[in-house]
Design a protein around this ligand. Structure first.
Ligand code: SF4
Length: 353
């Protein structure tokens, strides 16, 4: 089974962020929250003592806000389980400002073998406008630190569509990052929050610019030998994120801590975002997906990854139309978006489900 810990803290809230982030990070209270988390993890393994642990993902929020000792404390609960022999990937999301020689050294000793660095952009104006706590300087410092460390399996996150983006931003950022080291994995997400603050509007790039940024990022990474294995994700072959693939393959996963979602035996549930209600084990959502909901999710995930089985699609006229228009293609009995029109995936999805 795949596991993740949702760290519900950040130093400050980025203005485009939609994640539930409660409570406010308070160093004096964090140990109490961690104790509750440890109880949740221990209770799960008491009920499921032999479950195989495939991956563990420290997801945020900002996981690197926790001290290595606190991360070590959490990992020790997993290490004590019988099923820990099968662990192959432990990912730590980190903000560039938290990366130091000491941090990387300690984190590597804790069993963590994959670092996911939330860069978003190297453009200082964009970083400032969206309220990121990092700057171009702190990001470049983190790149140099990683380049001089033994941490090899590094993933980086970039974002297209931020305010103040300049032409070729993504390519320039990739060039700069790769001049320090070659990440094994890159994610390029699109900013998709319609409720932008008023003062962003005049600084936002046009849809054409966002598309060009994204498409030029794809081209650049493919030329470097990266496998475009999910709409927003690229990897040197063999370094695709095992953990993230579990979501897209409908594998069972268990999330711990506030707001964490789980999917087990076709049932999805989400821990409560309020600490008081989380403490009582209340769920924010709790649903068993019926066959049709699972089919719709397979279409959504399949379009973004390794194709949709023809058996899951029940509107042949629409598929024929999209094939004629060049938006979709069929390979080995599966339907894929064509690479030319991949950025229209949301529109295609809307018509197919
Ligand atoms: S660091 Fe990530 S999770 Fe935290 S506020 Fe910013 S976007 Fe949201």
């Amino acid at each position: 089974m795949f596991f993740y810990i949702h760290i519900p803290f950040c130093r400050q809230k980025c203005l485009y962020c939609k994640f539930a982030l409660t409570p406010r990070y308070d160093e004096r209270k964090v140990q109490a929250y961690i104790s509750a988390l440890m109880r949740e993890i221990s209770a799960f393994f008491e009920e499921n003592p032999t479950v195989a642990i495939e991956t563990i993902y420290f997801w945020g929020g900002t996981p690197s806000i926790l001290s290595p000792e606190q991360i070590g404390e959490i990992i020790s609960v997993f290490r004590a389980q019988k099923g820990c022999v099968s662990v192959s990937e432990i990912t730590m999301e980190s903000n560039p400002e938290d990366i130091t020689n000491e941090y990387l050294k300690v984190v590597s000793q804790l069993w963590i073998n994959r670092l996911s660095l939330g860069i978003q952009t190297l453009n200082n104006e964009s970083l400032h406008m969206v309220g990121r706590s990092d700057s171009n300087e702190s990001i470049v410092r983190s790149l140099a630190t990683i380049a001089n460390s033994t941490m090899e399996n590094v993933s980086i996150d970039l974002m297209a569509g931020l305010p103040c983006t300049v032409p070729w931003q993504i390519r320039d950022d990739l060039n700069m990052i790769f001049s320090y080291f070659v990440p094994r994995h890159v994610s390029i997400y699109m900013l998709e929050n319609e409720s932008y603050p008023e003062n962003w509007k005049q600084h936002l790039p046009s849809e054409d610019t966002i598309r060009n940024e994204y498409m030029s990022g794809i081209e650049w990474l493919k030329a470097k030998g990266f496998n475009h294995y999910e709409l927003s994700n690229f990897a040197i072959p063999g370094f695709e994120s095992k953990h993230n693939q579990s979501y897209w393959n409908h594998s069972d996963y268990r999330g711990f801590w506030l707001s964490a979602a789980s999917f087990i035996d076709g049932k999805r549930f989400v821990n409560h975002a309020s600490f008081v209600r989380y403490y009582r084990w209340d769920k924010q959502e709790d649903e068993t997906l019926n066959l049709d909901s699972l089919r719709i999710e397979r279409i959504m995930f399949g379009l973004r990854t390794n194709g949709v089985c023809l058996n899951d699609l029940n509107n042949p006229c629409m598929i024929d139309r999209f094939i004629t228009e060049g938006l979709l293609e069929i390979r080995e009995d599966k339907v894929f978006p064509t690479s030319t029109w991949i950025f229209l995936i949301d529109h295609i999805m809307g018509e197919l489900i």
